[in-house]
Design a protein around this ligand. Structure first.
Ligand code: F6P
Length: 472
């Protein structure tokens, strides 16, 4: 029977170790939820890294057995591969360039070699399980070479590729010394997907300027193959966030928030630690708010959650220090005996706590410098069953193309963010409702199941087209 193989750098699993035993829990991430309907079915499978180094062959065997029961197949990475492929080429080269932060990028031959080798490692594992007629859906920037590597071995197999982060303009992308190899790798797919029309356009432009390839509308002709490139904005599990509001644990936590913040407006900010998220600029905008509007002292609180991420990469470590310092300065400058302007947490929280915050916060401030999509903005909207609350959203987030009823800001314009917070604080209920209703319609309709169905349907259609072309 034809099976579907999902591939991503990280498996949808949280792994922890206690008393020499590994404990595996399915993760609740957006992608895992969306693809759950696929990889858990029949003999379908998800291939990826379990998220930490496991070097002992016996331990690898035990973990593999446990994962196989969950339809997951591990690719084990050595510490060296984690350093050079994951932290190195993926997160110190591709991540900054693709997020328009070229100055942070390191172009290191050792990183590239490791990236190439690890993509090959994924290929070899997939070759052991793939049969002709299977569908392979590869995800994200850590595996850009994999479609091409698989295509060379399995010329007729159906391969889809989706990129979850932005694709930069040609002028940025061309900085990468291995730009042609990267595009060749990506073009091993039959169908390529991006979150926004701009990402799609940038990719097509890079292909036509760097490779001897022809592009016509959204089809690339390369090596006697036609590759279809399209836009598929990713959604979230709307129902889950909408229903969570009535969960007893969420209700309990909301009661606690009500007691703690009786007088204040709550401005919510939730991100992974990342320089692409605009956390420092957001803090500056909040500082400016308190400076220009002393009437809000004691009346507004910034509730800021930063989820630890990639903190072994130097720029992330530095960013964490800078956030600590700035939060400390603002709190020291404006606090009163009874009130702290910023409630800052550097850790992750269970989904019930996030839901309580999404339900309780008057304003959600999402101002990344660049973001492929940004699911926090959609989670906030999905949680607002009462149709109130204001979303302030960066025009640099993919989500801003869909959530046009948010207050849209340029994240580099600190004054504009400050003004948006003031506008949000004073926005009449009727206007909040009009905007929120419109956004909820979009997030409910274009949910993650819709996204998966659309991509898979299109991949089947494109594959049929390819087969017909080969038969001619
Ligand atoms: O946004 C891109 C992404 O790879 C997501 O898929 C993932 O949730 C996030 O970045 C964190 O990535 P990681 O912790 O695996 O480096």
């Amino acid at each position: 029977m034809r099976k579907t193989i999902i591939v991503s750098n990280r498996l949808p699993v949280k792994i922890s170790e206690s008393n020499g035993e590994y404990n595996l829990q399915p993760s609740e991430g957006g992608l895992a939820t969306g693809l759950g309907s696929i990889y858990r079915e029949g003999n379908n499978i998800w291939v990826g890294w379990p998220g930490q180094e496991i070097s002992d062959p016996k331990e690898q065997e035990t973990v593999t057995k446990q994962l196989r029961k969950m339809n997951l197949l591990p690719v084990f990475l050595s510490q060296d591969e984690i350093n050079n492929y994951y932290e190195g080429f993926s997160n110190e080269t591709l991540w900054p360039v693709f997020h328009y932060m070229g100055v942070y990028a390191r172009y290191d031959q050792g990183y590239w070699d490791a990236y190439y080798q690890v993509n090959k490692k994924f290929r070899d594992i997939i070759l052991k399980i793939a049969d002709p007629g299977d569908i392979i859906w590869i995800h994200d920037y850590q595996l850009l070479l994999l479609p091409g590597m698989l295509r060379a071995e399995l010329p007729e197999i159906s391969i889809g590729f989706f990129q979850h982060i932005p694709f930069p303009s040609f002028e940025l992308f061309r900085l990468i010394p291995w730009r042609a190899e990267i595009l060749e790798g990506m073009l091993g797919a039959d169908l390529m997907g991006f979150h926004t029309f701009d990402d799609t356009r940038h990719f097509l432009n890079a292909v036509s300027r760097i490779l001897p390839a022809q592009t016509s509308a959204n089809v690339v002709s390369y090596n006697d193959r036609a590759i279809v490139v399209e836009t598929f904005p990713m959604g979230i599990d709307f129902e889950k966030y909408s229903k969570l509001g009535s969960d007893p644990e969420v209700q309990k936590q909301m009661e606690r928030l009500k007691e703690n913040f009786q007088q204040e407006k709550l401005v919510l900010s939730i991100d992974r630690l990342d320089y692409s998220k605009g956390i420092l600029q957001r803090l500056q905008a909040f500082e400016l708010l308190l400076q220009l509007h002393p009437e809000y002292i004691g009346k507004v609180v910034l509730y800021m959650i930063v989820v630890p991420s990639r903190d072994t990469v130097p720029q992330y470590k530095d960013l964490r220090d800078e956030i600590d310092k700035l939060v400390g300065n603002i709190n020291a400058r404006f606090r009163t005996l009874a009130w702290h302007p910023i409630q800052y947490f550097y850790r992750s929280f269970p989904i019930e706590t996030l839901s309580a915050l999404y339900n309780f916060a008057d304003i959600c401030l999402v101002t990344p410098m660049r973001d492929g999509m940004n699911l926090v903005s959609k989670e906030y909207v999905a949680s607002r069953n009462n149709n109130d609350g204001v979303l302030i959203l960066s025009e640099m987030a993919g989500a801003s193309k869909e959530l046009i009823d948010a207050l849209i800001v340029n994240p580099n314009n600190i004054g504009a963010i400050t003004r948006s917070i003031v506008e949000a604080i004073n926005m009449p209920k009727a206007e909040q409702e009009r905007r929120m209703k419109a956004m909820r319609t979009v997030v409910a309709k274009f949910n993650v199941n819709h996204w998966v169905k659309l991509f898979m349907t299109r991949l089947r259609e494109v594959n049929e087209m390819q087969q017909n072309m080969l038969a001619r």
